[in-house]
Write a protein that binds this ligand. Sequence first.
Ligand SMILES: C[S@@+](CC[C@H](N)C(=O)[O-])C[C@H]1O[C@@H](n2cnc3c(N)ncnc32)[C@H](O)[C@@H]1O
Length: 414
Amino acid sequence: MNQSVDFQAWANGPRAQSGYVPNPTDSWEQAGGAPPRKSVDDAFEDSLTMFSMHRRLLADRARTTCFQRAIEGVVRPGDSVVDLGAGSGILGLFACRAGARQVVAIDRGPFEPLVRGLYAENGFADRLVWIGKDSLEVELDQRVDVLLAEILGNFAVEEAMLCYFLDARRRFLKPGGRLMPEKVRLFVAPTRTDAPALPETRGPLAGSARNAMRETCWAVDVAPSDLLGEPVLLSELDLARAQPGHRVAGKAVLRIAADAAGDAASVAGIAGWFEADLGDGIVLSTAPWEPATHWRQVLFPLPEARSLAPGSEVVFSLRGLQLEANTVWSWSAVTPAEGERWRCGNPARTQLPGERRLRLTRAGEEELELLRRFGEGASFEELMSFLLERDPDHYASAYAAHRRVSAMLRRSVR
Ligand SMILES: C[S@@+](CC[C@H](N)C(=O)[O-])C[C@H]1O[C@@H](n2cnc3c(N)ncnc32)[C@H](O)[C@@H]1O
């Protein structure tokens, strides 16, 4: 019964081959026409976007086969698995094929019929536990052996990957359990690839619009020949050890290559990409010279393109501010020889794809609840007991709860 699913064919459609996959975009795509005007039903519109996103992901053979090979090496017969951000369900399906006894597939999107159908067609219906919620709202009765997640953005961490992944590791994974990915490395190199040009704009806001274009981190395609120096490791994240609230930051000294002469050394910005250790020695890379994936490289533009002499250095620093739903970047570049320093990246202006309405984090919800109880007259001890009962994993001792309540009172109470 273990028939294979040809995910490439699935991605390329038409969906008729698997009747359980409703893909409302087919009609206009097949007709070669333009997408229909936006419907008033926002939820329906969102689901269209999400279904076409999953087609794109499945069609990304480099990505999907990399995960498949890693899962075959990491998941052992009898394992329980969380597939965080399950989407089409493909990673959990690979886990079942590797012998997983149970897969808890978590996704906030409307994919339940799709995922149930995929598992059923492959003979794994009884191994699936579907949870159609945001992972931050999920509670599990039992911890699992393996946590799988492909919630990587163009620069790995900008799809709030850290927030969700670290929360899931803390609450869903057994001590010593296996993670995929295990580590993420961020690389940078100087590039002549530039930010998209603003159409000729006049009027009082033109200058500020042009500046805004260069204060934004862009997703771009960087050709290997557009790199102007050796790549440098900016930051490595060990996802087994990083703690919630971890801030991504790094500094790299970039050197303009000796053969990048004349105009060729006109540096427009710093290109970035990632490598992820998926486990079992499998590394997924989005470097410009690797086979293309659906991910793109990112560009941190300089305020203006600069001609830099071969051998000169650019010291690049990057900081990510983790908002729950996203990471916003600010960066600076210094050329010690020229004595120039540019500060770039204005978080207020940084546009990120897929930004959703911001919501309180678990810590924020906790703070709100503590304040509400305090406002209703709860004593210090009652607030401590509330924390110890609500989150015994996090507040392993009365001392930890004591510190939390003290900090909250110091911040918020006169
Ligand atoms: C990049 S897709 C990956 C889908 C699938 N795992 C794959 O590899 O093809 C990420 C999915 O994660 C879901 N997702 C992201 N963060 C989530 C969260 N915190 N809770 C539930 N679903 C989440 C999104 O809805 C999306 O379907």
